[in-house]
Design a protein around this ligand. Structure first.
Ligand code: ADP
Ligand code: MG
Length: 389
């Protein structure tokens, strides 16, 4: 893979460089609620601009339906990026107007349906248009490198392509989790759906010493153990697979740790009534929205002697104050730990910041949820392999 430093060493003064960044931030109206991904994208863009390149940034926001939709405009992101760079960043500009050291942001790349098309020819036609804007391509959107999309994959075949600093740093950390890691290796998984994470669970069972499961996915595991889970999130169609995971963990001597108590609420709401109940005794008319105090202690204890930790997925509905305690407890256990600690997952990373926890308390907070999970699953990431060829 050719690196950003190599591109800069070649000389970029006056050259047009297309940077694919991941600026997919959560918005509340037109306000960015967590700018982590914008900040993470700055170093690569700034290095290029400082070296005199004309920097054209491509990114997506949300899932527009392949046509312009003001709800998904990158306008707030252009403003924030400009603030962080200390220069004005025009949105959807005529890129021929860029001066040396200037930065422009293209409007949401997913406004064009060809970006995510399954049809190779359609994607390639769009990639040709993108390639025509620039002389070189830098892949720095780690959150999208697992996608075979025009601005991630196809365009890299049409221009001299380089890996950006963010992607390089993310890969370095993930390799540390797969190559010669220090044990005990403990993984904490949470989040909403077990089906999103089946592949990674199967793979992790061959690697970890301990697997702690919280969040919405814990209820499918509890049910697979024969417990009733009331109205909690349950993926009935995944039960057989999850039973297989329980058996596999047993066979391999992987310690699989589930919540022992949960905060069972009357409804899915910030102000819902709730009680701490035994995980084996969730009332039929209640739903578990967080792991309980005993589970928090148990999880912290299971993390205490770890030398390597990967955490993906909140332990509860952290967006509601009452149900953020489990996520906070796991985050604090990681901060306290002297292990190599990696947080992966958009919502997990956002939770760390939303709860006001120090980002530098972790060895690394990944900007890419799906991408880091697919890497750990051992899958090939198209946006990376295209840079290697
Ligand atoms: P990440 O983006 O970190 O990979 P996910 O997207 O898998 O995480 O899951 C995050 C979501 O899971 C959060 O919005 C959170 O509210 C939700 N969640 C966590 N625990 C529960 C639960 N017990 N019931 C319902 N939703 C939950
Ligand atoms: Mg998520």
């Amino acid at each position: 893979m050719k690196t950003l430093s190599e591109l800069i060493a070649e000389g970029v003064e006056g050259r047009r460089v297309l940077v694919r960044a991941d600026l997919n931030v959560p918005l509340d109206g037109d306000k960015i609620t967590d700018d982590g991904r914008v900040r993470a994208s700055v170093p690569t863009i700034k290095k290029l601009a400082d070296a005199g390149a004309k920097v054209i940034v491509a990114a997506h926001l949300g899932r527009p339906k392949g046509e312009p939709d003001p709800k998904f405009s990158l306008a707030p992101v252009a403003t924030r990026l400009g603030e962080l760079l200390g220069i004005e960043v025009p949105l959807a500009p005529d890129t021929t107007q860029l001066t040396n050291g200037g930065v422009a942001l293209l409007e949401n790349i997913r406004f064009d349906p060809r970006e995510t098309s399954k049809d190779d020819a359609e994607r390639e036609a769009f990639a040709d248009e993108l390639a025509a804007l620039a002389d070189a391509f830098v892949s720095d959107g780690f959150g999208v490198v697992h996608r075979k999309q025009a601005s991630v994959y196809d365009v890299a075949k049409k221009l001299p392509a380089y890996v950006g600093e963010l992607v390089e740093a993310e890969l370095k950390v993930l390799r540390k989790l797969t190559d010669d890691l220090e044990r005990p290796y403990v993984v904490v998984l949470g989040g909403a759906k077990v089906s999103d994470k089946l592949g990674v669970i199967a793979n992790l069972l061959t690697k970890v010493d301990r697997l702690l499961i919280g969040g919405g996915m814990a209820y499918t595991f509890l049910k697979a153990q024969g417990h009733e889970v009331g109205n909690s999130l349950l993926q009935e169609d995944q039960l057989e697979q999850v039973k297989g995971f329980l058996a596999e963990a047993d066979k391999r001597g992987v310690e699989l740790v589930l919540p022992v108590d949960v905060l069972a609420a009357t409804e899915f709401a910030a102000d819902a009534d709730y009680a701490d109940v035994d995980a084996a005794a969730i009332p039929a008319d209640r739903m578990g929205l967080d792991i309980g105090p005993a589970s928090r202690e148990l999880f912290a204890a299971k993390l205490a002697d770890a030398k390597t930790v990967f955490w993906n997925g909140p332990m509860g509905v952290f967006e509601f104050d009452s149900f953020s305690g489990g996520t906070r407890a796991v985050a604090e256990a990681l901060i306290k730990s002297d292990a190599f600690t990696v947080v992966g997952g958009g919502d997990s990373a956002a939770a760390v910041r939303a709860l006001g926890l120090p980002e530098d308390g972790f060895s690394h907070i990944s900007t890419g949820g799906g991408a880091s999970l697919e890497f750990l699953e051992g899958k090939e990431l198209p946006g990376i392999s295209v840079l290697e060829s």
